[in-house]
Design a protein around this ligand. Sequence first.
Ligand code: 1Q0
Length: 211
Amino acid sequence: MAEAFSLQKVLETFRSCLSEEKEVYIKYYLAGWQELVSFMNTLGNVFSFISKDVVSKVQILENLLTGENGSHYVTVQSMVKYELENNLVDITKRGNHIESGCRTLLRLHRALRWLELFLDSLRTSKEDDKTSVMCCDAYNESLAQHHPWLIRKAVGVAFCAIPGRDTFFQVMNAGDETQVVALLGESLPLISEVYQITEDLYAKNNLLELP
Ligand code: 1Q0
C-alpha cells in the first residue's frame, strides 16, 4: 500500500532542508513539495490545475539538479550564485531563460508563504472557523499579489471545494486535534526559517520580482 500523507513527513523534509551553514538544500525543498502535492491530490480534481503547476515546477528544478550542472544546484544559495554569474536568469522580462532555477523556485517560495500563513491560521483556529476563509485570507496576503485576474478567479473557485476543518485535521494523519496543533507548532518555525532565509537571499540579489 502506498504510504499515506502525513504532516510528520512534511515536517521532516523541512527539517532536513537547512544545512549547518543555514543553506537551503534544493533536494529536500522539492521533497517537501512532493509531499504537499500528494496531499493536494487527495483533495480532489478541483485542485489538479494547482498541483500540476507545482509538479511541473518541481520537475524543472529536479532536472537542473540531476543535469550536467547539477553540482551548482545543491543549495538555493549555490543556484543563485551560479545562475547569476553565468547570466542564466531573465531579470526584467522574459527572454531566453524562461525556466531558470531562480524564477522557478521563486514561484514555490511565494507559495510557501501561503502555506505558512494558512497552516498558522489552521493551528490557531476554532471549531467553527472556515477553512475556505483561512485559505482565501492567506492567499490574498501572499500569492494573489503575483497572480493575474484569471488565475485569482480560478483559485477562488477551488477554494469553494476545500474540505472542512475536521477533514483537514484528519488527513494530516498526525493523531487527534491537540497532537496536530502541537505538530503544527513544531513545523511552522522550520517552514518560516526556510522561507525567511530564501526571502533574504532573493532580496539581497534583487530577485523577488523575476518575470
Ligand atoms: C489545500 C488547497 C490548496 C489551496 C491552494 C492555494 C493557492 C493556490 C494558488 C495556485 C494557483 C496555481 C495556478 C498556476 C499559477 C501559475 O501561473 C503561477 C505562476 O507560475 P508561472 O510559471 O506562470 O509564472 N504558479 C504559482 O504561483 C505556483 C503556485 C503554487 C501553489 C501551491 C499551492 C500550495 C498547496 C499546498 C498543499 C496544501 C497544503 C495544505 C496543508 C497541508 C498540511 C501540511
